[in-house]
Design a protein around this ligand. Structure first.
Ligand code: HSE
Length: 316
């Protein structure tokens, strides 16, 4: 029986979801992969009552120096120490899987180069669209295409706010409070509502689709703070819905035009039907034509499922 030992850095919402899936669906995963996959170490200062205490450490060196750990799952969030920990794990010969769009987008080249130099895999399906397997499709099944365009609703918080403003006539401030109470929006929702989170995700999509790295800070960006009922009414009159769109197009000269901004989407477009906290990524390839990937872009189990999907592909 093959074995794969996993360490989780940060056992909060997403790391905890990953732990729960690996435990709850252990047998079906083993049946399908022929591998016994176990979490053998967790880096966190907070201990969950249902997780054995001996799995926990607060010292990253315990993970770097543990020769039995094959794969490190990074779900700490934030840019540091996450980036340093991922680079350290790669240099220690461990495969790395991450959901951390900010860290990945901001250190794209260094993370991929370090993984290559150390002969380990770096996988990050969970970083864009949570549980939606769009990156795997782009890198795999769709890879015969020249990609022409991507339009993504890749931030659940802003999609929830715009949906409630559109469907219920609610004000921006009231819906933001509601989104925070429901746990979609962060206490400090700046990265969501100002489009920073969507720009991080678009940077990753551009790198995979067009083979070009555009740093998140170089993506022209406008959030949704200024959107009013007047804007929503004007869009309605034109048969459109306002959505925060992460948009990139390949120009005929090979350059990429990109932006994150509120756009009026015709109600006939498949993205117009993507409501509440759901995400969708619409991708156009020269051979396949239009495709759209839809699902839950956040949350413990959807995002954890994407991480476990990456672990399974490592095993395979
Ligand atoms: N804050 C993010 C969102 C979480 O609202 O989509 C998932 O990346």
């Amino acid at each position: 029986m093959k074995k794969l030992n996993v360490a989780i850095l940060g056992c909060g919402t997403v790391g905890g979801g990953t732990y729960d899936i690996l435990l709850k669906n252990h047998d079906i995963i083993q049946e399908r992969t022929g591998a016994d996959i176990r979490v053998t170490r967790i880096l966190d200062i907070r201990h969950r009552e249902d997780i054995p205490d001996e799995l926990y450490t607060e010292d990253i060196n315990d993970i770097y120096n543990d020769a039995d750990i094959d794969c490190v799952v990074e779900t700490l969030g934030g840019i540091e120490p996450s980036t340093s920990f991922m680079l350290g794990a790669m240099k220690a010969g461990k495969h790395v899987i991450s959901a951390n769009k900010a860290a990945i987008a901001n250190s794209w080249q260094e993370l991929n180069k370090t993984a290559d130099e150390n002969g380990v895999k770096f996988l990050f399906e969970a970083s864009v669209g949570g549980g939606i397997p769009v990156l795997t499709a782009i890198r795999g099944q769709l890879s015969c295409n020249n990609f022409l365009e991507v339009m993504g609703i890749v931030n659940g918080t802003t999609n929830y706010i715009l949906t409630k403003m559109t469907e219920e006539g609610a004000s921006y401030d009231d819906v933001l409070k509601d989104a925070q109470e429901k746990g979609f929006a962060e206490k400090d929702p700046t990265a969501d509502v100002d489009g920073i989170d969507a720009a991080n995700k678009l940077s990753i999509l551009i790198a995979l689709l067009f083979g070009k790295y555009v740093a998140p800070m170089d993506i022209p960006r406008c959030g949704i703070r200024h959107i009013t009922q007047l804007d929503i009414g004007e869009a309605e009159m034109k048969g459109e819905k306002i959505k925060l769109i992460a948009h990139a197009v390949l120009n005929p000269d090979g350059t990429v035009k990109c932006s994150v901004k509120p756009e009026g989407i015709p109600k006939t477009h498949p993205l117009a039907g993507v409501s509440n906290e759901f995400n969708a990524v619409y991708v156009v390839g020269d051979m396949v034509g239009e495709t759209m990937f839809y699902g839950k872009g956040a949350g413990a189990l959807p995002t954890g499922a994407a991480i476990v999907g990456d672990i399974i592909s490592l095993v395979k």
